[in-house]
Each structure stands twice: as C-alpha cells, then as structure tokens.
Design a protein around this ligand. Structure first.
Ligand code: RM4
Ligand code: NI
Length: 338
C-alpha cells in the first residue's frame, strides 16, 4: 500500500473540546510540513508568499489569494515554502449548524464540478480578514457559547468564499482583482510566450510598481512565478504522458531544453527523467531536500502572535537566474501546447 503510514492529524490534538467543531490555525509562516491526512476537513487560505503544495500527489505552486478545500481523505504537504502565510480553518461536522450535508453543500456545491482549488481576489481576501479574526478569537475562547458562534461564523465564511471565489485556471475574473487577474493570467497562459512588461502595462501597472506589488504579495518575482508554473506544468506532463522531455519543455513554455532541465532540477531536486522514474516508482515529490521536514507539533492558538498580516516582508529568495523566458531562443521553433 503506497500510503501505509501516512501521518494522520487527530481531532483530539487539534480541537480543544468535544463540542468544538471549528478552529483557526494561522500559519505565519507555514513551515515545511510533511505528507499527512486529517480526521477533519480544512480550508486553506493563502494570505501571502509562495510555496509548493502537494495535494494528492499533484505538486502545485501556490500563492496569495488561493483557497483549497481539503477533505479528510486528502493527503497533502507543503514544501519549499517562501514566506508562505496561510490561514487554516479546520472543521468537523456537528449536530448543530455544521451537519455533513450542509458543509458539503456550502463548500462543494454541485455546480462546482468537484473543484477544490479556487482563488479569491485581493479585495475579497482583505474583506475576509475581520471575519477570520473573529472566528479565530471565538474558536480560541473557553466560553461554551463560542462553539455555536464559531459554527455560525464558519457558515458565514463558507458563504463568503462561495460568493467571491473563482476558478484558479479560468479566464473570467471579476473586475477589481488586478493582481488576481495577473496571477490567473499567468497560470492560464504559462505554456505560451508571456511578455511580462506588456502584461504589466495591460493591467495598468508601471513596470516598477508591478514588480514591487507582485513581490509584496507573493514573495517572488513575476519571472520566477512563471518559471515555477512552467515547471509544475512539466511535472504534470512527466507524470501523465510518455512525451519526450524536449516536447514537454516546449509545451510548457520553455524554448531551450537545457535551460528547462536546469530550472526543473533546481525546483524538483531531480532531473526531469529522474523525476519521471521516481514518480513511476512510487516516489513523487518536489524539492527532495536532504533535511527531513520537521515533525509538526501542535501549538495552541493563543501561543501564536497576532493575526497574520496581509503581506509578508518582501523576500527575493528563489529567484532563478537564466535567460528571460520571453526572449525567443535560437533552436527548434516553438511547438504548440500538447
Ligand atoms: C499544519 C499544516 C497542515 C494542517 C495543520 C492543521 O501546519 O498547515 O496542512 O493540517 O497545520
Ligand atoms: Ni493539512
């Protein structure tokens, strides 16, 4: 059994009492966290920064505004985190407001087609802060009434997320979400040539402002974000197809397979062919670090400092050097997406 021995986070370690069904776990920042599943459900809201989230074997490069609904049976881990600030809202069904059918209807309405990865706009993220703050305070309180209050706030949160979320890989974004538009555009078009200066201009940013605001929110540069997206696209293709590595490099927006291999190895800790081999040998991962991920410990919510700020300090780590991705390279002509 490939998953025998996966760590399971237990209700008794993460909830304060039997009657509690919602708790908030701010991660400021989220450290690397090994593969695990839970006895409870989890809403992960990415407040700022970036990192690799492996969800049911699929590596995803994530950044601010993304929202995940993690089911108890899902397995996930966080790797290569870079100022990644999250708010985790963990929940389990109760006899009161949060009956299982109700949770399901709120978090996974039928018209959502089973999607669990979403994005909310920067505006919506800001608007959610007071609600998340109140939920954090209530769920940390000893007052028994706060259990019901937390459930009710959770319901509000679920509705607010439902109203404001949009598909992470879609093109139809609400108007005020400028940075969200840019992130979604990059996710959607990372296999194509992307001119970042032109993109900034199109969304009304000056080139300098664009880089600064982008880095404040995501802890990385637009260029590096694009590289990481292209590598995650390549990881998917290496796992799901038998296409040649060169074809995959081109289909994922690289113009030079050596440059692709070097970016890939830096991020994945394995060359593309090794990665493919390891995956088919049952060892999928990203950034196989020599140091083991720290074993997680439960710290109580009160021990943790104030509420996560919206933006983290601007960190420039993880900027990959290499030729600019939007300059056409000599060599084989660009192929179309596989
Ligand atoms: C961890 C990590 C896990 C989450 C627990 C509650 O730091 O974010 O995904 O399940 O907290
Ligand atoms: Ni988790």
């Amino acid at each position: 059994m490939p998953y025998a021995g996966t760590m399971k986070l237990a209700v008794r370690d993460w909830f304060r009492r039997e009657s509690q069904s919602v708790a908030v776990e701010p991660r400021t920042p989220q450290e690397r966290f090994p593969l695990h599943e839970h006895e409870f459900g989890e809403i992960v809201i990415v407040m700022s920064g970036n990192g690799w989230h492996i969800l049911n074997e699929e590596p995803q490069f994530i950044t601010c505004g993304e929202v995940f609904y993690i089911r108890p049976e899902d397995r996930h881990s966080f790797e290569q985190v870079n100022d990644l600030f999250l708010t985790n809202v963990i929940y389990r069904p109760s006899e009161r407001l949060l009956r299982p059918d109700r949770i399901r209807r709120l978090l996974e309405p039928e018209d959502a087609g089973g999607r669990r990865r979403w994005q909310v706009t920067d505006e919506a993220l800001r608007a959610l802060q007071p609600l998340l703050g109140q939920l954090a305070r209530e769920s940390a309180s000893d007052d028994p009434l706060s259990d019901v209050m937390s459930e009710s706030l959770f319901t509000q949160l679920a509705v607010a997320l439902c109203r404001h979320r949009f598909a992470v890989d879609g093109d139809d974004l609400p108007a005020p979400a400028r940075l969200g538009h840019v992130l979604a555009y990059l996710r959607h078009h990372c296999g194509e040539d992307v001119d970042l200066d032109e993109l900034a201009h199109r969304f009304g940013y000056s080139p300098r402002n664009f880089c600064r605001l982008f880095r404040e929110a995501t802890a990385t540069t637009p260029h590096n974000y694009l590289v990481q997206l292209r590598v995650s696209c390549a990881m998917r293709a290496l796992r799901a197809t038998t296409d040649s590595i060169t074809d995959i490099a081109f289909a994922c927006g690289f113009h030079d397979s050596n440059y692709f291999s070097s970016c890939f190895s830096k991020i994945a800790g394995a060359s593309p062919s090794e990665y493919r081999r390891l995956f088919h040998g049952g060892e999928p991962l990203v950034g196989r670090d020599s140091s083991p991920a720290p074993h997680p410990t439960k710290k109580s919510v009160q021990e943790r400092g104030p509420w996560a700020p919206m933006t983290s300090a601007c960190s420039m780590s993880a900027v990959l050097d290499g030729p600019s991705m939007n300059t056409p390279k000599p060599g084989p002509s660009k192929r179309t997406r596989a």
